[in-house]
Design a protein around this ligand. Structure first.
Ligand code: ADP
Ligand code: ZN
Length: 207
């Protein structure tokens, strides 16, 4: 089974992805995580991507599609949870092609719907673990509750960049809701509830 998680920045994709991976054993493919790792390693791709990410703009489609294609081909039998990809209609069409070449398809596109008002607050108080990638909040303190690593604030989780990311989402990513509705695989979930409630709504769909 392959699923895509759709939603505005701060909709809770990363939080639900962690839960889905532990419950169903998906291979989690977050293009944001892959790009941040490339930035941290200072690879040529990372240096190129950082400019876009710091501004809250999208990294060019060719770059991201190339990364995803590489990962999917490395384990063509895998069961993938795609998080933060696709983010444009071009990426969505490319994904369909890559999957069909591997004899696979998408089973569900799960769209997390949230009030835009709450998104900016969620993002600006969000903290992430440098070591295990866990997602938390500034109120959790400086140490990761899961592994003891350092909790830090992402460079793009500041108000100005968050506002641009929301605009980019509305313009470039929200059309995917219609795209997947048209394909008959769209499931909309209320993302304003607690993480556990959202998770159980998603599990109802998958089981
Ligand atoms: P968010 O919390 O906004 O969902 P992500 O971690 O998914 O954040 O992505 C962070 C940044 O990485 C984006 O603002 C963008 O610059 C880049 N990025 C991630 N995924 C993609 C993608 N599929 N296409 C283009 N850029 C991407
Ligand atoms: Zn941790």
């Amino acid at each position: 089974m392959n699923i895509v998680l759709l939603g505005a920045p701060g909709a809770g994709k990363g939080t639900q992805a962690e839960k889905l991976v532990s419950e169903y054993g998906f291979t989690h493919l977050s293009t944001g995580d892959v790009l941040r790792a490339a930035v941290a390693e200072g690879t040529p791709l990372g240096l190129e991507a950082k400019k876009y990410m710091d501004a809250g703009d999208l990294v060019p489609d060719e770059v991201v599609v190339g990364l995803v294609e590489e990962t999917l081909k490395a384990d063509p039998e895998g069961s993938y949870l795609l998080d933060g990809f696709p983010r444009t209609p071009t990426q969505a069409v490319s994904l369909d092609t890559v999957l069909s070449n591997l004899g696979q398809e998408l089973d569900y596109a799960i769209a997390l719907q949230v009030d835009m008002e709450s998104v900016v607050d969620r993002m600006c108080s969000r903290r992430c673990c440098r070591d295990c990638g866990a997602i938390g909040n500034v109120s959790d303190g400086p140490t990761c509750p899961k592994c003891g690593g350092e909790m830090y604030q992402r460079d793009d989780d500041n108000e100005e960049t968050v506002r641009n990311r929301i605009e980019v989402y509305n313009k470039q990513t929200s059309p995917l809701i219609d795209y997947y509705h048209g394909n008959g695989i769209l499931v909309e979930v209320d993302g304003n509830k607690t993480p556990d409630e959202v998770f159980s709504a998603i599990c109802d769909v998958l089981s």
